[in-house]
Design a protein around this ligand. Sequence first.
Ligand code: ADP
Ligand code: MG
Length: 725
Amino acid sequence: MGSRKKVHAFVRVRPTDDFAHEMIKYRDDNKTIDIHLKKDSRRGVVNNQQTDWSFKLDRVLHDASQDLVYETVAKDVVSQALNGFNGTIMCYGQTGAGKTYTMTGATESYKHRGILPRALQQVFKMIEERPTHAITVRVSYLEIYNESLFDLLSTLPYVGPSVTPMTIVENPQGVFIKGLSVHLTSQEEDAFSLLFEGETNRIIASHTMNKNSSRSHCIFTIYVEARSRTLSDEKYVTSKINLVDLAGSERLGKSRSEGRVLKEATYINKSLSFLEQAIIALGDQKRDHIPFRQCKLTHALKDSLGGNCNMVLVTNIYGEAAQLEETLSSLRFASRMKLVTTEPTVNEKYDAERMVRNLEKELALLKQELAIHDSLANRTLVNYDPMDEIQIAEINSQVRRYLEGTLEEIDIINLRQIQEVFNQFRVVLSQQEQEVESTLRRKYTLIDKNDYAAISAVQKAGLVDADGHLVGEPDGQGFGLGVAPFSTKPGKKSKSKKMFKEQLRPSTPPAKPVAFEDFKNERGSEINRIFKENKSILNERRKRASETTQRINAIKREIDMTKEALNLQKSLREKQGEYENKGLMIIDEEEFLLILKLKDLKKQYRTEYQDLRDLRAEIQYCQHLVDQCRHRLLTEFDIWYNESFFVPEDLQMAVKPGGSIRPGMMPLSKIVSLGEDDQDRFSQLQQTTLPEGPDSVSFYNAKVKMEQKHNYLKTMMGLQQAHRK
Ligand code: ADP
Ligand code: MG
């Protein structure tokens, strides 16, 4: 299997009393024929016409019995068919040279039966010898006459005349002839009846339809399918044995052929030379295109010629001087065929149903095996089935506890559980990442590094400096995440440090990034919500647009590929040209399916493209909304910030210990702890206790100072709290 094999070419010489001993000589190797042509005296003495030829073939069969011919020519091919190799045996030669005799033999004499009945006998004998296999045999008998197909078994009562003309169809399983009856035969006798039925039809047709039977090609096919009776064996093999009785190869002299005869001769000569071309092309490993479709003969035999099958050619010749020219031409054909190599391969197929059954069995067995192992290893019954939700939730909780440190280790139970543990690690990790991110979002504004519009807007609002540092950022870390790059160059660092220190004065309002967060939770919450909503819509549309673009690209690629395949099909069809029928272009199924596919792809393309255009419009609109929202958010924040935190210098001084507060200097609501209650308490205290003793003044002054200082701190804290809310 897989190794290259030559086409076997044999010569059979028809017995004659008038054998041209002087012209035809056999060498002792039983393989070589030497032909010597006497110089044509009419051509004169000086002529350099070739007169000697030598042909070496696989065997020369002279005066050979039908028995010997079968043993030599067919036996191996047939026995290989039961192992899944396709085989083809063809008889070639001029009319009357013995092709039909070799192939079918004399149907009235058992002894002189030909290859066909013997092949059927061998197949059934081998089936008997192989009780381990269930082997089915089917047969069909096809005649090709003037490029038309005829079913030689259509006369059987259960077949009935075919309504539509037969056609040659190709599919991944091979080539078959649609409309050709194929007959299941369970025994030798049935097979013989079919053969005789076909032979009779061949003869009848030659009378009723005025066909010359030597002008047609006949293909008797035996289809074999072998399945092991061992149910566990899911492989099975199929094969075909084609036994081909070719039309006569002789070239008719032009003067003698006219009308129907000329037409027949043209068809025969063409199909035989196409056969030769196809076989030679098959033998040429560099060729990738084989012209099978040039004629019905090669098309019907496509999967049985050369290539992956065992091929045998029997060349029938006359041994008489009068036929020497045709004999020479036949021998030339044979020696060309002999050079062709083929690579026989088994047609192996898989029975899917058996395969599933076997796998199920094996699975059950392995589970039992595991159960035994577990009990030997003293492990309590471990379940190897896929996990359910509860089990997965338990593993998730184990992983969480393990990460928290409350669980020391996770016991390993089986492979499925290990895989699930890893899986849950991933789940927990991604949940934690999301939690961290949302915590940060609650506290800080995260700006997309690549969103330059957002960064420049933030810069405008003074939240980050030109280098992308957040204002008030201590040592390049802290407030906002995601604004990049955070430069860590020493020079820049000192600058931001200085700014930070300046702002750290106790009375300083909170840094803008912090205040911005507060703003978003308070006054700006509604606009911030709308901003976020628009942004997420925008992002979602962008994602969809990118997905649609990807789909469009994929469809485009597929369209290109389909177009290419279609062009290839078209050029093949044009080259072969046989599908043009009465001015009607007939394309094959493959090409038709490609056209349908292309149409469908184009439709998809248009729909997707329209979607993309709609999405783009939507994106543009949403982008506009987002920009507007951002602008409003920042503007309103500025107003709010100034309103809330712009505390003049003198006001700051006023709330310091010893400072005095004038009415209207500061909104009372902002200084919560300096409420009227406290003020009243002081004046009341002074009025009630002072008269009791003048020495108490300093005491009271100290007390007032202490109280004032305390109030100052309370005020500052109150301020800070107010801002943070
Ligand atoms: P083909 O099919 O090539 O036209 P046939 O097989 O019909 O030729 O042979 C022509 C005649 O010669 C037939 O009557 C056939 O019985 C006879 N014949 C051919 N070959 C042999 C042979 N090897 N032994 C005996 N008779 C033969
Ligand atoms: Mg014949």
